[in-house]
Design a protein around this ligand. Structure first.
Ligand code: TYD
Length: 134
């Protein structure tokens, strides 16, 4: 897996004067089935999230409200993504270290995930992540 596999996916957007609507269909708009949804919110100013990698998990990260930066790192190079639209999802492949920074006040970061929560799938130590990708 490399950074080339990670990309912004533009989700369908139904524009309407009453308010816009976006939807995600598993296996159609994103390349995995969704087994879990979680979200980060009430993030205090200056706090950073992420700082881990996953062995097998695939994810789609969406800024449902507000904005934040996701910095992806495949062990060879890093790439920043500025998330600030609720119809853009960032596809994150397995074996990708991610840091989430610059979270705006009131931001909500929703994550669609390919599997249930499993701590044994995590890399929490950056050096162990680097050893695994090399
Ligand atoms: P973590 O994935 O480290 O958060 P971040 O998105 O900032 O990297 O998870 C933080 C804590 O929440 C950790 O103790 C594990 C727990 N957690 C669950 O119990 N279930 C979940 O689905 C997730 C994502 C985390």
């Amino acid at each position: 897996m490399s950074l080339r596999d990670c990309r912004i996916i533009e989700l369908p957007k139904i524009s309407d004067p009453r308010g816009n609507l976006t939807y995600v269909e598993a296996g159609k708009h994103i390349p995995f089935e969704i087994k879990r949804v979680y979200y980060l919110y009430d993030v205090p100013g200056g706090a950073e999230r992420g700082a881990h990698g996953h062995q097998k998990l695939e994810q789609l990260i969406i800024a449902m409200s507000g904005s934040f930066d996701v910095i992806l790192d495949d062990g060879h190079e890093t790439k920043p993504f500025h998330m600030n639209r609720s119809y853009y999802g960032l596809y994150v492949s397995p074996m990708m270290w991610r840091d989430i920074t610059n979270v705006s006040s009131g931001a909500v970061c929703m994550v669609l995930a390919s599997d249930f929560y499993d701590e044994s799938d995590y890399f929490r130590d950056y050096n162990k992540f680097l050893e695994a990708v090399k």
